[in-house]
Ligand binder design. Structure first.
Ligand SMILES: Nc1ncnc2c1ncn2[C@@H]1O[C@H](COP(=O)(O)OP(=O)(O)OP(=O)(O)O)[C@@H](O)[C@H]1O
Length: 304
């Protein structure tokens, strides 16, 4: 039984599990997405991200648990008018022209957005009269995004939306997603580009083996493993010196370039200086989201 909600919740999953025979793709997952939020689902291959999207879209039925979109069951036609999606297996007929497909979606969603606006948002103006079958992989992805733009739906599900896009297209896509969010659209995306989640998402939900293992703002996720990367050149650092220091991890050395991770860079460097280690071109950087993600999903624990 689904409860109607009239609050700020756009998406709600409560104790959702999905089994495919012996495989547990999602295991007791609960989260909400508020109206206007951009939430990124992150996780390694097979983590359960696409399964979560397909359940939220009502394409599959959860084995256990409840899901609502704006208080409605996603499998009821009523909820479909709010939603547009870019899925990994998206397809449109190759023989249609780009402009025709966008026009078709505009009519389907009875949207007031214009075809020109969608072409511009996806930088496809010059391809408007090309057949879909002639588009490159990246242009095809941009077409699927143009369909989301023209649909003008309140809620967007984007499953690995920037796969095959070049750097410039990806930047344009980020700008467009941000501007849609500023207009109050709610966006749920999956991505393997962790810098994308860092750049775009208000909140990141990290999934591994069908379970949520962390969630929060990108900086909160990073702070869960808030060590520093230290890198420098040295001509006289002896092998094994760093590995024997307490709180120094992942020591790597190649020729005279040394790198390691630590929660206490000041103390470690002070010690090295005191020992007369020659240190040049020193860099101390915060751990990026990518590193945080790898650490979280590989279940490594490190003492400080
Ligand atoms: N239709 C299906 N039948 C059987 N098993 C499935 C099915 N769909 C997904 N799975 C399994 O469920 C698990 C989660 O898959 P899912 O596609 O949701 O992962 P993902 O996080 O989206 O991965 P990727 O990043 O590779 O797209 C995997 O073990 C997958 O093999």
């Amino acid at each position: 039984m689904v409860n109607k909600s009239h609050d700020d919740t756009a998406v709600m999953l409560r104790n959702v599990s999905k089994h495919f025979g012996e495989v547990t793709a999602l295991n007791d997952v609960s989260f909400t997405v508020n109206k206007g939020e951009i939430v990124a689902l992150l996780g390694p291959n097979g983590a359960g991200k696409t399964t979560a999207i397909s359940l939220m879209l009502g394409l599959r039925k959860p084995t256990y648990g409840d899901i609502t979109l704006f208080g409605e069951d996603p499998r009821t036609p009523a909820s479909h008018r709010y939603v547009a999606s870019m899925l990994q297996e998206s397809k449109v007929p190759d023989t249609l022209h780009v402009r025709e497909v966008i026009e078709l979606f505009k009519r389907l969603y009875m949207s007031r957005k214009t075809v020109e606006e969608a072409l511009k948002a996806s930088a496809l103006e010059s391809k408007a009269n090309s057949r879909v079958g002639k588009l490159s992989g990246g242009e095809r992805q941009r077409l699927y995004f143009a369909l989301c733009v023209v649909a003008d739906a309140a809620l967007l599900f984007l499953d690995e939306p920037t796969v095959a896009m070049d750097v410039e297209s990806r930047r344009l896509f980020w700008e467009q997603v941000e501007s849609m969010s500023s207009l109050g659209k709610t966006i749920v995306l999956t991505t393997h580009y962790l810098e994308e989640a860092d750049a775009l998402a208000n909140r990141v939900i990290v999934i591994n083996h069908g379970k949520i293992i962390a969630q929060g703002t990108p900086s909160a996720i990073k702070s869960q493993v808030n060590g520093k990367f230290v890198r420098f050149h040295s001509s006289n650092l002896k092998d094994g010196v760093l590995s024997n220091l307490v709180g120094v991890h992942h020591v790597k050395s190649k020729d005279d370039l040394i790198s390691f991770r630590t929660f206490h860079p000041e103390q470690v460097l002070q010690q090295l200086f005191a020992w007369g280690v020659d240190i040049k071109d020193l860099e101390v950087n915060s751990v990026g989201l990518e590193e945080a993600f790898v650490t979280l999903t590989s279940n490594r624990t490190e003492e400080s």
